[in-house]
Design a binder for this molecule. Structure first.
Ligand code: HXC
Length: 260
């Protein structure tokens, strides 16, 4: 496939997607959202892919938000359609069977912060800056940010960030629980790759099951979540990896899991 706004690389089961509009700080326009949406559909069907890393081109921004030059021409109808396209694309990230790590190399503002929040977890460069500045534009977040941020860091902290449009640095974002790890800029991708390789060494079915149960579980009560967990635990035994993993432990050797 040909991409206008994305760089797609795949090596040893690890896919790196680079959002590539550096002159506009990788702002999300309708074209980029549609391309990413199509790529996520393709990844869902690619059995070789074990982990996806999502980052921004250049050394300044992950994504500086939705493209304001497009927003400026919208009316209520087209704005809702645009929000829906972004939300639908971002919801696909959680539905992918493999983990997606946001590798935040700079500004993650507005829709960029929302995109990072839609990933399974975030690694950030020391230079990264997070924020939801939509209120400064007379808008609110529209790609799931009001929902995912409140679920992640609590409603009160999310509301403060949204109401004040305050930008926070990576370290503060980590204290709030928004970011998993803060890494010097030069080592960010290397650290993310290391984590991706570690995940890729596990059994793919068990990783997928863990992902789905965590995502679905936070939407339901504890009893229902635990029900899903034990059903998924049972499903692990449908893969040869469960026998291989437990057998390898007892035989004091390293497990060799299936590739897909
Ligand atoms: C379009 C953008 C952009 C954006 C930056 N650019 N952000 N273009 N949409 N979101 C463009 C600038 O116009 C400029 O283009 C170039 O990128 C470099 O940006 P500068 O502003 O010159 O860089 P700098 O002074 O370093 O400031 C960086 C920045 C600032 C702090 C990130 O660009 C900024 O505040 N951007 C907007 C952030 C924002 O408000 N995001 C929320 C958008 S609303 P030229 O051609 O002049 O060089 C949103 C809603 C999501 O995300 C939900 C929708 C449903």
């Amino acid at each position: 496939m040909e991409w206008k706004n994305l760089i797609y690389e795949k090596d040893a089961g690890i896919v790196r997607i680079t959002l590539n509009r550096p002159k506009a700080l990788n702002a999300l326009n309708a074209d980029l959202i549609a391309e990413l949406d199509g790529l996520l559909d393709a990844l869902e069907k690619d059995r070789e892919v074990r982990v996806v890393l999502l980052t921004g081109a250049g050394d300044k921004a992950f994504v500086a938000g939705a493209d304001i030059s497009e927003l400026a021409h919208m009316d209520s109808f087209s704005a809702r359609i645009f929000a829906e396209a972004g939300q639908s694309m971002m919801a696909k990230i959680a539905r992918l069977p493999m983990p997606v790590i946001a590798v935040v190399n700079g500004f993650a503002l507005g829709g960029g912060c929302e995109l990072a929040l839609a990933c399974d977890f975030i690694y950030a460069s020391e230079k990264a800056v997070f924020g939801l500045p939509e209120e400064t534009l007379g808008l609110i977040p529209g790609f799931g940010g009001t929902q995912r941020l409140a679920r992640k860091i609590g409603a009160a902290m999310a509301m403060e960030l949204i109401f004040t449009a305050k930008r926070i640095k990576a370290e503060e974002a980590m204290v709030l629980g928004l970011v998993n790890r803060v890494v010097p800029a030069d080592h960010l991708m290397e650290e993310a790759q290391k984590t991706a390789l570690s995940i890729a060494s596990m059994g793919p079915a068990a990783i997928s099951l863990a992902k789905v149960v965590v995502h679905k579980g936070i939407e339901v009560d504890l009893v229902s979540g635990c029900y899903m967990e034990r059903e998924a635990f049972g499903l692990c035994f449908a893969s040869p990896d469960a026998g291989e993993g437990t057998g390898a432990f007892l035989e004091k050797r390293k497990a060799v899991f299936s590739k897909s």
